[in-house]
Unconditional design. Structure first.
Length: 241
């Protein structure tokens, strides 16, 4: 967003964190403004969430922001950090010529849709054998990010569909851009925050239902994270089965 600061208009990024609570409903946890992202900034964001009452995070899905996974793990050491596959696929396809894009996308899908981590690793090797001569950076990128890509293979399909993409935030961003597109710039940070806050209030009124397949995902969460699931959630879940 273009915001006036010390007499000049500069581009500032507004960051959002969205969580899915134990009822399966989305919540905007906070928004922050910064001209520079880095490990120190992300640590302050995650620490603020902790101080404001976010007691635990089972799985965090992030894009390729440098220092963000490490900040999450520093504050929430039990949290599994999952790299957003949609972002990695988009990055990968940016290197690919139009005539090869459909085939490359299909071979990448074979990796992240594999049933197990071992099968995914075999598919990655097959991808490298087929495409490394033309697009060597793709397999190299997937290998360098592998530790952040494989957490989802530990979970059943119900949870995977909820965690391997940041599409929830992408959708929110698209809606907010429609709200701000008529504004050339903002006089200060607070003006931008107020407009976004009001827009978020209207958006969240529509978030009345759990995310798709939440009951099945919760079933898996209760088993996998039994010692971390809040007691009230467990009691409510037990009464419903």
């Amino acid at each position: 967003m273009k915001i006036r600061d010390q007499g000049r208009v500069s581009n500032k990024a507004i960051y959002f964190a969205i969580g899915v609570n134990m009822q399966g409903r989305k919540e905007v946890l906070g928004m922050w403004v910064s001209e520079n992202e880095g490990a120190k900034f992300w640590l302050s964001v995650v620490t603020e969430l902790k101080n404001r009452g976010v007691k635990d995070i089972f799985i965090a899905c992030v894009d390729g922001l440098k220092g963000f996974p490490e900040a999450i793990e520093a504050v929430y050491p039990k949290t599994e950090v999952q790299l957003c596959l949609v972002h990695l696929v988009r990055y990968s396809l940016a290197f690919v010529s139009f005539k090869d894009r459909k085939d490359v996308a299909a071979d990448l899908k074979a990796i992240y849709r594999a049933a197990t981590e071992q099968e995914a690793a075999r598919q990655l090797e097959a991808f490298a054998e087929r495409w490394n001569d033309r697009y060597p950076l793709i397999a190299k990128s997937w290998r360098s990010n592998w530790a952040r890509l494989i957490p989802m293979f530990s979970y059943p399909e119900e949870i995977r569909r909820a965690i391997y993409t940041t599409n929830v935030i992408e959708s929110l961003n698209m809606t907010l851009r429609k709200t701000i597109k008529t504004r050339a710039s903002f006089p200060h940070d607070d003006a931008a925050f107020k407009l976004l806050y009001l827009a978020l209030q209207n958006i969240q009124k529509k978030w009345t239902m759990p995310i798709p397949n939440w009951s099945r995902a919760l079933n898996a969460f209760v088993i996998i994270f039994e010692d971390r699931v809040p007691l009230g959630t467990l009691n409510s879940f037990t009464q419903n089965i």
